[in-house]
Design a protein around this ligand. Structure first.
Ligand code: GAL
Length: 992
């Protein structure tokens, strides 16, 4: 092998050439074959430089393939959401262009010699290279890639014809003409990040294969059409076998009647193993028989209307970034199935092909998306998102047309044999124009069997399914009713016009969109704590047949493991890697945390996505079968009474899809009833005994009676020597603040109107409450004692909460009563009557700190995960015990978290002090933390939070909803905490 770098031709600016790519074979299916393949994954030689012509490459080191070099010690990742990280100077890129030169020896296996002698070909296959690469063998140019997440193959037969060892060189550049069409909201990172293989293609082999299945729901019979092709696209004679169907036929494209089949669906992902063989090569397929149709405004699979309970998935990992990571693919699919998701959009590029194999097997409806986004033409670092560059953008720029059509054809060809793919999407946020229209036409030509969707064809004039992102409930209802208000019509018209398109007035009065099925291609932006109102979104799908559900944004936080300046281990986001231009923690907005721990949002989604609706009320439970195909025979039901940990079996009637029934529950005086449905048997990644859905009913009166402490002899308030007061075990200072309970010290006790803002409330959101809350200083509100007196056996404390620089504030009345064991307080908070109506309060509650730092919490209330007014689906009423750490949610960016709703009783205990019992007969929110709200508020990374040696307890009588405004609507009016008078009560008692 030579060690010399390939020769450089200064006039060849291959990374900026359009049409992009050179010498690639036409796209084809990714097939499981018995033809020999040699993996070239592993450790390669690597040199790093900053010039695409290779003129400044450094010393030779080693690098792992597949992998991104920014995660292997070269350069750094950068995160931008919309804007390009380089000047918008199409099709050019800056001279300074991070460049990785990969090389390795390459020897053709000896056992391939005979095949090669008789005419077999050698293909070099790259499954993913970001963003463009030029390839050489022994210094001779092979070709250029285009399409970072697309498979590309080159014929290298001649290049490798000489015996012995060869040298393979791959020069990868970070910036290329591809950058302009791959502007997805994710880390910019580069390299050979999916596998590389050398393939022996036998003479008479099967180069490409198309399988089309159908299932007729009326007759239960299927058909199958398999066509085999050679490399030139000419049919080849091949034999098709489907043993389970007793089928043996010619794979010549004719329609084969296969008789009665069990259809494929996400509910029952039945696959039939098949082989197609030419004698020279056998490929195996997993066939799923299903029919996908757009029937007027209804999207059907196998004849039934489908509701997508989906999520958008990027490929992300906290250590290797976008690099393929097989374990993560299995884990993602398993978690999705276990949490009742039935659909996934591969935002915004075709995933590693194995992910689709898993979707076929486990049953997920897939919108497979092309590798295409040009959002940066729509925004500018100088003036923001104003559409300035729309007219030169690829949607309307003929310069890009050929490349984009080729991209589209290529991605559809790779995956069209997957039954799980039920729609194609050409890409994301790339405006609309003749080029996107031509791309949609190309999809139809390459695969006429599936509907095509593309969100930014806002009027759905050339796509089959209408979709929008982040529509509000109100807008979605208008779409469901098929009548848009004049204001909404104007908004959509303006959106289309921002693409520099001529859009006549009235274009949305009766757009084609309103005669097509609708789905939220993105909604419920799951950044940090939230998103709120999944319940209301899913309810709309039951009311309006045209609304087919949608895809939560997004699956995973793309936080990256790193260390901050103080040495804390953190998940880094935009700006943590020295980037000048970045979009902060907007990259951390998933249903699972970076390490794939489910965030409470996934548990909330699990509930609202449940295939069985479950509402428990006094004496009965209402079940609704939301499956499209299945009855409930695979589930069983159990009930638990009075928050006991024991469960009784309930008889679950068979219930046909779409039907509801009332289930009678055991009678008796029960304060709480919880019903849950469990799987009988394992199905794919969902184990037997897995809880599908659970819900509780609490009887407020019975609960109050059970929790209330009555009949104790009242204690009287007594003045203390230090000017304060005592009342039963409680001690107050001279300002009327609770400072002790028996042996327990209490600090910082009092009314709390603040909570750390959540991501949905921060600057750059549509509802930037944080800035307003901070400006008025709700986080540092001041207290002034107005009156401290006794009234019979009660100690009455009147105080005023005031805000610096403002007359805003609230009056607080606390009425304390005690007995031998504890104290009880009734608190009334009355905000001033001129509080601005558009400025919600974060919270109305009460906070205190315990220096004894109890670290174990037993609570009776809704859990096990957190709840805010517009989240918390799937929480049930029970008695649970948790370690302090388990009550925190380590959101990548620290913010309010951990509230347990409806808590009536809790005991906090620890190694070093008496326990504290807390009772709230009407139920209160409870959050217990090892740090203060101020600490949560001040840190920028979860890993930087520092316990302060106290345990902080916050009781909430009311909380502001969390909404979705980081990239979507603010909380619905019913979840907004307007300033209002609020009373609540609780009891505190030290326990031995
Ligand atoms: C959408 C976009 C996604 C993501 C999201 C915000 O507009 O399609 O890629 O950026 O907003 O997280």
């Amino acid at each position: 092998m030579t060690t010399a770098l390939p020769p450089t031709d200064p006039s060849d600016r291959w990374w900026e050439a359009l049409p992009a790519g050179k010498n690639r074979l036409r796209g084809r299916a990714h097939l499981r074959t018995d033809a020999p393949e040699l993996s070239l994954d592993g450790s390669w030689d690597f040199r790093y430089g900053t010039r695409a012509d290779g003129s400044d490459l450094g010393e030779v080191g080693r690098i792992e393939v597949p992998g991104l070099w920014q995660f292997q010690g070269h350069g750094a990742p950068q995160y931008t959401n919309v804007i390009y990280p380089i000047p918008r100077d199409v099709p050019h890129v800056p001279d300074e262009n991070p460049t990785g030169h990969y090389s390795r020896p390459l020897a053709v296996p000896e056992e391939w010699a005979q095949d090669l002698a008789s005419g077999a070909r050698l293909l070099l296959r790259f499954q993913g290279v970001d963003s463009a690469a030029k390839i050489w063998i022994d210094g001779a140019e092979i070709g250029v890639t285009a399409g970072s997440r697309l498979t590309q193959e080159f014929d290298v037969t001649e290049a490798l014809s000489a015996p012995g060892e060869h040298r393979l060189d791959v020069r990868v550049v970070q910036w290329s003409v591809n950058t302009y069409v791959e502007d997805q909201d994710m880390w910019w990172a580069s390299g050979i990040f999916r596998s590389v293989d050398l393939l022996l293609r036998p003479v008479g082999g099967l180069h490409d294969l198309v399988s089309v299945t159908d299932f007729d729901p009326a007759s239960g019979r299927g058909t199958l059409q398999v066509s085999a092709y050679d490399r030139d696209g000419a049919p080849v004679a091949a034999r098709l076998e489907v043993p389970a169907l007793g089928l043996s036929a010619s794979a010549d494209g004719s329609v084969l009647e296969v008789g009665t089949v069990r259809p494929w669906s996400a509910e029952d992902p039945q696959l039939y193993d098949a082989t197609v063989s030419t004698g020279a090569e056998t490929v195996s397929l997993r066939l799923g028989f299903r029919r996908v149709e757009v029937d007027g405004e209804i999207f059907r699979i196998n004849g039934e209307r489908i509701v997508f309970r989906g999520v958008n998935r990027h490929e992300a990992d906290p250590v290797v970034g976008r690099t393929q990571h097989l374990g993560n693919q299995d884990l993602d699919v398993a978690l999705m199935k276990q949490h009742n998701l039935n659909a996934v959009r591969t935002s915004h590029y075709p995933p590693h092909q194995r992910f689709l194999d898993l979707c076929d097997e486990a049953g997920l409806y897939v919108i497979c998306e092309g590798d295409f986004e040009t959002h940066g033409f729509h925004a500018d670092s100088t003036w923001g998102e104003d559409g300035t560059g729309a007219a030169e953008g690829p949607a309307q720029n003929p310069l890009f047309e050929q490349s984009l059509i080729e991209r589209t054809d290529r991605f559809v060809r790779r995956d069209r044999h997957h039954p799980s793919i039920v729609m194609w999407s050409i890409g994301n946020e790339a405006a609309s124009g003749p080029v996107t229209e031509a791309m949609v036409a190309q999809v139809r030509e390459t695969d006429p069997t599936r509907p095509v969707i593309y969100e930014q064809d806002y009027s759905a004039s050339y796509v089959d399914v209408f979709s929008l992102m982040y529509s509000s409930i109100e807008e979605s209802e208008q779409i469901g009713r098929r009548a848009l208000s004049p204001e909404y019509q104007d908004k959509l018209t303006a959106m289309l016009r921002s693409f520099a398109l001529e859009v006549p007035d009235g274009a949305f009065a009766n757009p084609p969109a309103l005669s097509k099925p609708f789905l939220w291609i993105e909604y419920a932006h799951a950044m940090g704590n939230g998103a709120g109102s999944l319940k209301e979104y899913m309810e709309l799908t039951e009311r309006y047949p045209a609304l087919h559900g949608g895809f939560i944004w997004e699956w995973i936080d793309h936080g990256l493991e790193t260390t901050d300046a103080e040495g804390n281990r953190i998940y880094g986001y935009g700006g943590d890697f020295g980037e000048r231009l970045h979009d902060g923690n907007f990259v951390a907005d998933g249903l699972v945390l970076p390490d794939r721990t489910p965030s409470p949002a996934l548990l909330d989604a699990k509930h609202h996505y449940s295939p069985v609706g479950l509402v428990v009320s006094a004496g009965s439970a209402r079940l609704t079968n939301r499956y499209a195909f299945s009855d409930l025979g695979h589930l069983r039901a159990e009930v638990s009474l009075d928050a006991q940990a024991s469960w009784q079996e309930l008889e679950l009637p068979p219930l046909a899809p779409g039907r509801s029934t009332e289930l009678a529950l055991p009678g008796g005086d029960h304060a709480a009833v919880t019903v849950r449905l469990l799987t009988r048997q394992a199905q794919g990644p969902v184990p037997a005994g897995h809880e599908v859905v659970a819900a509780s009913h609490v009887d407020a009166d019975r609960l109050r009676a059970a929790v209330e402490v009555t009949g104790t002899a009242p204690a009287s308030p007594r003045p203390a020597a230090d000017g304060g007061w005592t009342l039963g075990p409680a001690r107050f200072d001279d300002l009327g603040r609770l400072v002790g309970l028996g042996e327990l010290e209490v600090e910082s006790a009092g009314v709390d109107l603040y909570r750390a803002p959540v991501d949905n409330e921060r600057a750059r959101t549509r509802y930037p409450l944080e800035a307003r809350w901070r400006r008025i200083g709700l986080d540092v509100a001041r207290r002034r004692l107005q009156e401290l007196r006794t009234e019979g056996e009660a100690l009455v404390v009147r105080s005023r909460i005031g805000l610096d620089g403002s007359a805003l504030g609230a009056d607080v009345l606390e009425r304390w009563r005690g007995d031998g064991d504890g104290v009880e307080v009734e608190v009334t908070v009355t905000p001033v009557d001129f509080w601005p109506t558009d400025l919600p309060l974060p919270r109305i509650g009460w906070t205190f700190a315990l220096p004894s730092a109890p670290d174990r919490v037993e609570y009776e209330g809704f859990g096990p995960h957190e709840s805010y007014p517009d989240t918390g689906g799937g929480t049930t009423f029970a008695r649970r015990t948790a370690a302090l750490a388990e009550l925190q949610v380590p959101y990548v960016f620290p913010q309010e978290n951990g509230n347990r709703a409806g808590v009536v009783r809790a005991v906090l205990s620890g190694p070093s002090a008496p326990a504290l019992e807390l009772r709230a007969p009407e139920g209160l929110g409870l959050a217990v933390r090892p740090w203060s709200t101020a600490e949560l508020d001040r840190r920028a990374h979860d890993g930087a939070l520092r316990p302060d040696g106290r345990t902080w307890v916050t009781l909430s009588a009311a909380l502001q909803g969390v909404g979705s405004a980081a990239c979507g609507p603010a909380p619905l009016p019913q979840y907004v905490l307007g300033a209002r008078e609020q009373s609540f009560r609780f009891r505190l008692a030290p326990r031995a």
